[in-house]
Ligand binder design. Structure first.
Ligand SMILES: *Cc1c(COP(=O)(O)O)cnc(C)c1O
Length: 321
């Protein structure tokens, strides 16, 4: 970051931003990339670039794009969301999509875009499903966007190049700041034409940054050094889930106490019991916000072991073994 060459990226003259964008485009097999302030902005730019006012996109009920981005597509683009439930593999089932695609009729919004998320709550979408999804969308002439905030977790988990996943989408938004550990930013990749539109929208939204090369440099570093180590996060999640599942009182009676998926562990405690656990952990300087525990590069094996040890001492719990 200190050594980054910078220029004015609004004029396309920041060499480090350009390098980051080209690097992301080539590693995902797309024509172009666009450095954006956040994953939310990347997803919003995709909606705005694929859809016009009065169009509709289909996404999961719990999808970040639909649920956690303040309704940006509707507010700023006049784009109607059509949410449907994810199945337990994090997929949108094709027959369910088929049911909500609107016929060409003046009563309806025009269905234009399908959005997936990978990983979805830590779940990795199978390549077979992605191929079927993509063929389906093509046959219905719908555009395809992937919220790939954690797409590298999926690629590392499946031991495939990220192009194998990205090939099934027109645009992919990838996050530099979560598992990869860069301080700021996401990159939207796709065709040069779509990205030209996204670039205009980004400017309108106030996302045109000037000497952003310092931030882009961190992104390049993360992409070159922090991808393979995502496997450690997956390992940490399995370790944590295995150890916690041996502690009685950390799960509902008779159900799987908790599950792990790539870098996430999900507790399944009644709300009041979770509040007690959260307070207990806080007393030991461990901060958790929800029952979803997410591993990343700043959480070491030692940290995981300490969380396990503190949970083993949680009043009212016991060792099942
Ligand atoms: C965090 C996240 C985003 C949004 O990223 P921000 O950079 O926080 O705006 C989008 N999608 C998913 C799946 C995420 O986890």
């Amino acid at each position: 970051m200190v050594k980054a060459k910078t220029g004015d990226d609004v004029y396309g003259e920041d060499p480090t931003v350009n390098e980051l964008e080209q690097y992301c485009a080539s590693m995902t097999g797309k024509e172009a990339g666009l450095f954006v302030t956040s994953g939310t902005q990347g997803n919003l730019l995709a909606l705005l670039s694929h859809c016009q006012r009065g169009d509709e996109y289909i996404a999961g009920q719990e999808a970040h794009t639909y649920q956690l981005e303040a309704g940006g597509g509707a507010v700023l683009g006049g784009i109607q969301p059509q949410p449907i439930l994810f199945n337990d593999r994090g997929e949108l089932e094709l027959p369910l999509i088929e049911q909500v695609i609107k016929p060409d009729n003046i009563h309806f919004a025009r269905t234009r875009l399908l959005c997936l998320e990978n990983t979805q709550s830590g779940k990795v979408l199978s390549l077979d499903y992605l191929a079927e999804f993509s063929d389906f969308a093509d046959s219905r002439k719908l555009a395809k966007h992937l919220d790939g905030a954690r797409v590298f977790n999926a690629a590392i988990y499946q031991s495939v190049a990220v192009t194998q996943i990205a090939q099934h989408f027109d645009t992919v938004s990838i996050c530099l700041s979560k598992g990869l550990g860069a301080p700021v930013g996401s990159v939207l990749v796709g065709s040069a034409e779509t990205l030209a539109s996204a670039r205009r929208w980004r400017k309108m939204l106030g996302g045109g940054m000037r000497q952003a090369g310092v931030l882009a440099a961190a992104g390049i570093y993360a992409l070159k050094h922090h991808l393979d180590r995502l496997a450690e996060d997956h390992h940490h999640a399995s370790l944590l889930a295995a150890a916690l599942s041996l502690i009685t009182g950390l799960g509902r009676e008779g159900t799987a106490a908790l599950t792990a998926a790539t870098n996430m562990v999900f507790l399944d405690l009644p709300a009041d019991r979770f509040d007690q656990l959260r307070a207990w952990l806080a007393e030991h300087d461990i901060i958790v916000s929800t029952q979803r525990l997410v591993m990343h590069r700043d959480i070491s094996t030692e940290d995981v072991n300490r969380v396990i040890a503190v949970c083993q001492q949680f009043p009212g719990s016991g060792d099942r073994a």
